[in-house]
Design a protein around this ligand. Structure first.
Ligand SMILES: *[C@@H]1O[C@H](CO)[C@@H](O)[C@H](O)[C@H]1NC(C)=O
Ligand SMILES: *[C@@H]1O[C@H](CO)[C@@H](O)[C@H](O)[C@H]1NC(C)=O
Ligand SMILES: *[C@@H]1O[C@H](CO)[C@@H](O)[C@H](O)[C@H]1NC(C)=O
Ligand SMILES: *[C@@H]1O[C@H](CO)[C@@H](O)[C@H](O)[C@H]1NC(C)=O
Ligand SMILES: *[C@@H]1O[C@H](CO)[C@@H](O)[C@H](O)[C@H]1NC(C)=O
Ligand SMILES: *[C@@H]1O[C@H](CO)[C@@H](O)[C@H](O)[C@H]1NC(C)=O
Ligand SMILES: *[C@@H]1O[C@H](CO)[C@@H](O)[C@H](O)[C@H]1NC(C)=O
Length: 690
């Protein structure tokens, strides 16, 4: 048992100045950043209208499975207004108007991971900041299995997400179809997420990465995105009626369709009454490669073709009326205050999703539309295989205070590529729809993954089926040459390979397909108390809710959603000349761990390292603002921001604790995880039943 004293000792660690974890390898000149300039593109030349596809009049079939059916968007039966053919939202200001007055603001690094130590493993229980899923993916027509061993750090200082055409036989519960099944997935890939470990609310996110595969061969779906901590991606149950809500307005729809709505009178799990909750999605990018150029084929009349990245904000409730997919919106059909940069286009295939869940008995009240406010940005061959910088600036809305007597601000999201402006979504535009949707204030976690999905193709449902002139390409594309497209397997016969876009299987087999991430950095404005690190913030707590609904966030056989981080104990080989000196066989190499022979050959980690094989740097876990022991027990009312002003003393205490008490830190991480500490590998194995 831990002495009750420990929570007292760790109190200063909960102070926001202890935020996140900063990788010591982060260069000094990357410790701060300032807002980048919004440079709207000049309005494009008016283009001739697209041929009217009569079939927007086709019937709606609603998606009957679950959330994150993000790409399977069915058109509404008929757009309420006759759609126009040009964006109604053209950038209005001149390129220099906003450029002249960048806000005088500095953001400081609060989290970074430079991925500079090789052989890091991200399997559950190995890394304090990230978890790589070991799980089949049943969402979005996934053709892949997510394997933790497909995510690792290489010798060049990158996190690598490797995709391969390799079989995995999965016996498990299909949480979309809600049945147990045995399937063979013909692709293996990885998803690394910081769910319930590192989250942030507001600030600047920047990462440098090289995209996988070839720019001209469609089929891979690499992404870098944020999701609210209340939903854990690919665990479908966690997102139903949660994804992608961002609304604190009580409406008749939110009262029945939003799991935690502003209408709720009684709120358990530490949630705040009158605060609607959810897990909205911010896609820094989702990339589609291929060789369909702008203004041709499926991209006829569109200024951006393949390869492109979609940058999106996915939010519920959605606005109605809406344009049909593949249509430019008529006035009043889509959001105002959207601004795109050069080489961008409103993404007219992404208007949103109709969300219907299996057990819902009353579609009229329980179903809801969510919106995907999205622009496509042109990429080129240089983005595949070489590094570019992707960035999000996220300004939180100013929440109403008791007196409501100040000017409300609505916040914004801004995307940049290599410091070049891509898109701005303003809170005003969300608010103006009157749906109650807003720029999110939810703590969001990071996701990095490459999917291989038969959905990831432009215009699949609508235009490609209708237009005899449409170039049908991409993966899987509209099935060519009588191809059944029932199964996609690069190593199968014609029936399984005919659905791929040209060159895809050759690409998969020719060389390792690697999505490389050089670093991920998060910055916040220390003068803005709204910006926080933590997966469960005072304003938007998540911890107790998740603990009370663990089943939704884990597989049936898992004890808990996340395993505690195991410090050493992995099996090892004690001879110095085995294979890779820094590898797992040697406990990360001599500077990280020692292979002890007694009682058996297992790793013991040196200071600063953790994971069963000591391959991972110890870092702070996420700040937990509401640790399991109630503060009242100790006479504290919780870490209040007012206490901050006395920061120097606190900082002093923090420093002392930092340097004097690695034990306390270690224990803290385990306690703060919400689950019992694990003292040894043997104990660990008994607990999880391996
Ligand atoms: C649309 O569906 C309704 C009800 O299922 C049906 O009565 C109607 O004929 C359908 N319309 C078209 C154009 O298919
Ligand atoms: C938002 O768009 C509306 C018109 O669509 C415009 O009047 C308003 O000035 C815009 N607001 C901002 C903050 O850009
Ligand atoms: C990007 O925009 C510039 C300026 O408008 C244009 O010259 C260039 O061709 C565009 N590049 C691509 C790849 O579309
Ligand atoms: C590709 O894009 C990069 C970054 O936007 C740009 O610097 C480069 O000139 C482009 N290359 C070509 C061939 O268009
Ligand atoms: C807002 O209300 C508070 C409390 O009533 C008051 O002290 C403050 O001066 C008000 N601020 C403004 C700008 O009116
Ligand atoms: C925000 O929405 C509310 C409610 O619909 C409305 O009263 C208010 O005028 C809106 N504010 C702006 C700036 O559009
Ligand atoms: C082991 O890691 C260290 C530090 O990262 C590095 O300098 C060294 O070259 C690595 N050795 C091998 C064999 O990878």
């Amino acid at each position: 048992m831990l002495p009750r004293l420990i929570p007292l000792l760790v109190l200063p660690l909960l102070h926001p100045s202890a935020a996140g974890w900063i990788d010591p390898d982060t260069p000094e000149n990357a410790r701060t950043t300032t807002p980048l300039v919004v440079v709207p593109a000049k309005p494009p030349r008016q283009k001739k209208p697209r041929e009217t596809p009569d079939a927007t009049k086709t019937n709606t079939t609603t998606s009957t499975d679950s959330s994150h059916k993000r790409r399977h968007r069915e058109p509404t039966s008929t757009p309420t207004y006759t759609p126009t053919y040009l964006p109604s939202v053209l950038p209005s200001s001149s390129p220099t108007a906003e450029a002249a007055t960048p806000p005088p603001r500095t953001y400081h690094l609060v989290f970074s991971d430079e991925f500079n130590t090789p052989h890091r493993s991200f399997a559950d229980g190995h890394d304090p900041r990230w978890t790589a899923l070991e799980k089949n993916d049943y969402t979005n027509d996934a053709q892949h299995y997510y394997s933790a061993s497909n995510a690792y750090t290489d010798n060049e200082g990158n996190l690598v997400i490797q995709s391969e055409a390799a079989d995995t036989v999965v016996v498990g519960f299909n949480d979309v179809e809600q049945r147990k099944e045995k399937v063979t997935k013909h692709f293996r890939s990885a998803m690394v997420q910081s769910w319930n470990k590192f989250c942030f609310t507001g600030g600047v996110l920047e990462a440098e990465m090289a995209l996988p595969g070839r720019s001209d061969v469609g089929g891979l779906w690499p992404a870098f995105w944020l999701l609210g901590n209340l939903a854990r991606h690919t665990y479908v149950g966690s997102s139903e009626h949660v994804w992608p809500w961002s609304s604190s307005t009580c409406t008749s729809k939110s009262s029945t369709a939003q799991l935690i709505s502003a209408c709720d009178r009684v709120q358990h799990y530490g949630l705040h009454r009158g605060t609607g909750r959810g897990a909205p999605e911010i896609d820094i990018f989702e990339v589609q490669a291929g060789n369909i150029k702008a203004n041709t084929g499926n991209f006829l009349k569109m200024p951006v073709g393949q390869p492109f990245m979609s940058s999106s904000y996915q939010v519920a409730p959605g606005r109605l009326p809406r344009p049909g997919e593949g249509w430019w919106p008529a006035p009043g059909q889509w959001y105002d205050n959207l601004t795109g940069g050069v080489n961008t286009s409103l993404n007219i295939v992404f208007y949103g999703t109709y969300n219907h869940f299996r057990d819902d008995t009353d579609p009229a009240t329980q179903d809801y539309w969510s919106d995907a406010i999205s622009y496509n940005r042109q990429l080129n061959a240089s983005h595949f295989g070489t590094f570019h910088k992707y960035r999000l600036e996220w300004e939180l809305p100013e929440e109403a205070n008791e007196n409501n007597n100040y000017t409300r601000s609505y916040g914004y999201l801004r995307w940049f590529l290599d410091n070049e402006f891509v898109l701005e979504v303003k809170g005003e535009g969300l608010n103006a729809t009157g749906t109650g949707a807003e720029i999110t204030s939810e703590p969001m976690y990071l996701i990095l993954n490459t999917a291989i999905s038969s959905q990831w193709v432009a215009f699949k449902d609508l235009i490609s089926c209708l237009s005899p002139f449409a170039v049908i390409e991409g993966f899987p594309s509209k099935c060519p040459n009588m191809c059944p497209c029932k199964e996609y397997n690069c190593h199968g016969g014609f029936q399984e390979t005919c659905g791929f876009s040209e060159g895809f299987c050759q690409m998969m087999d020719a060389s390792p397909i690697e999505y490389k991430i050089n670093y991920v950095r998060v910055y916040q404005d220390k003068n803005d108390p709204k910006q926080k690190v933590g997966c469960s913030t005072p304003e938007r707590p998540t911890r107790k809710f998740i603990e009370a609904h663990e089943k939704k966030y884990k597989l049936a056989d898992d004890l808990h959603p996340l395993k505690p981080i195991q410090n050493g104990g992995g099996p090892c080989v004690a001879t110095p000349d085995v294979g890779n000196a820094n590898g797992t066989a040697n406990c990360g190499g001599p500077s990280r761990g020692i292979c002890q022979s007694k009682p058996s050959f297992t790793c013991r980690c040196l200071d600063g390292w953790t994971g069963p094989h000591c391959t991972n740097p110890i870092g702070f876990d996420d700040i937990v603002w509401d640790p399991p022991e109630t503060w009242a027990d100790f006479g504290f009312s919780g870490p209040s921001l007012k206490v901050l002003s006395g920061g120097i003393l606190t900082l002093g205490v923090l420093v002392v604790i930092l340097f004097m008490s690695p034990f306390v830190l270690k224990k803290r991480r385990q306690i703060m995880g919400g689950w019992a500490p694990v003292s040894s590998a043997g104990d660990y194995e008994r607990r999880v039943g391996v």
